[in-house]
Design a protein around this ligand. Sequence first.
Ligand code: TEU
Ligand code: CA
Length: 553
Amino acid sequence: MEKAWWKEGVVYQVYPRSFCDSNGDGIGDIRGITSKLGYLRELGIDVIWLSPVYASPNYDNGYDISDYRAIMPEFGTMEDFDDLLAQAHSLGIKILMDLVANHTSMLHPWFVQSRSSADNPYRNYYIWADEPNDWEAVFGGSAWEYDKRTGQYYLHLFTKEQPDLNWENPEVRREIYEMMRWWLAKGIDGFRLDAINMISKPPGFPSGKPVAGTPYTEIWEVAMHGPNIHTYMQEMHREVFAGRDIMTVGEMSKTTPEVAVLYCDPARGELNMVFHFEHVLKTDYENELKWCDPCFSLLKFKRILSEWQTALHGRGWNSLYLNNHDQPRSVSRFGNDGTHREKSAKMLATCLHMMQGTPYIYQGEELGMTNIAFETPEEYNDVETRNAYREYTVNRGVSHADMMRYIHKNSRDNARTPMQWSADTHAGFTTGTPWLGVNPNYTQINAAAQVGDPGSVFNHYKELVRLRKTHPVIVYGDYRLLPEHDPNVFAYIRRYEGESLLVLCNFGAEQQHLDILDVQEWQGAELLITNCADGGSLNELTPYAAHVYLLRG
Ligand code: TEU
Ligand code: CA
């Protein structure tokens, strides 16, 4: 298997709005990020994925870009960005830009031109039609918006403030590639490509599955991986990526391992890896519906992650994540954010970081930050949450109490509350009023309390990051799931050049006895890392225990 820095490193995702505020306006900013590079260096991460920092009216917090070559004034200036990049590089940390190119903001000059008249040269930069079809937008309502100036509808797969670009138009592609090269010329180290599997639209806009209680149909089965997607990805590779030592990861909902290989098989010249959604959509949602009472199945979780491990081995590369700015906090979701918070956070991290692929840590995950439960819908900022509250309580007959319970579990704002730096006011995130409420548990859960504590969640993550750099079996080893039928224990073996790694994780609050192993074989193995103060055991796992054993050849 070809070696690469992006296979060996660990990525840390920064959501700038919530990371660190340097000037007291309550909004995280670029200077704030720069001021925390020492912290990231201490954690040992190699790459920062920066969620969008471009100019944006923030209908979707930066995922609606109005100028690809300018920094959002609330976040600072281009000088601040250049300084962040230079300082990160001087510490050996790379920077990945979040590229949102399926759509722009409605305030992007291209769209302002496009909507101004039907014969404007920018008209074909977007997708216009005389009649809408029945697609439902990701954040609710029709995916088409009527624009009375020209009497046509434009397509928006997300909010109406995020019109979809028309990738069929070669001018659009040329402009996007040129802009990407402009960022690379600055010295950035790669891209995370937002919703990139949606850029090629199916001809005729065929209907999807009906969405219950609405006149709309789903886009998920019909609008992903359109007919020209691989042509565009290969073109982007030729025009932008080829010959550069950069990292690329495409965000792709509705992607199976077989489809993912088409994007990340190096021989095809497309992307390095993809973010799939299977383990976050199919293990605790009811029928993949986000607004529900979650019911987690470890059996499904193991089956899905194991399938990805096996299917991509030697053919592509996995990205490993449990958290991002769109997902609830993993410790609240898959672990236990009550009495077992620290132990289960370490267990989840161990389980993920010992797999093959590039691990992603989302800000605050390394502290075991938890979900938030705001009392009222008004305290939520996220456009998806706000729209869903309205849609479900007004049109779909869901009660306020039920909907709030679903929101507490699954709102994207669970991930977006300010980073908990210290026990000071507003968690040390800002001296002003934070744009989104701070989780009140910051007095217990914060970086200041954890960095110097060898038993902290932070130091467990730090050790996982370090081990990846010292043990090639973690990066390059193959993968075998131990008997699949255990509903509480996730156990697997990795092997590489005579070394074997045994990973044992208890996902439950009960003690588990294991007899799946040839204990004799592992008797002399070294305990590489554990979340149990009193050491590991090969056949007894205390609640949420995680042990990793290494056997040298
Ligand atoms: O998300 C794309 C995506 O597929 C979303 O449907 C995602 O599944 C959803 O946010 C889950 O609730 C990307 C970004 O990550 C997201 O923050 C943006 O809102 C979206 O694109 C539009 O740019
Ligand atoms: Ca600020």
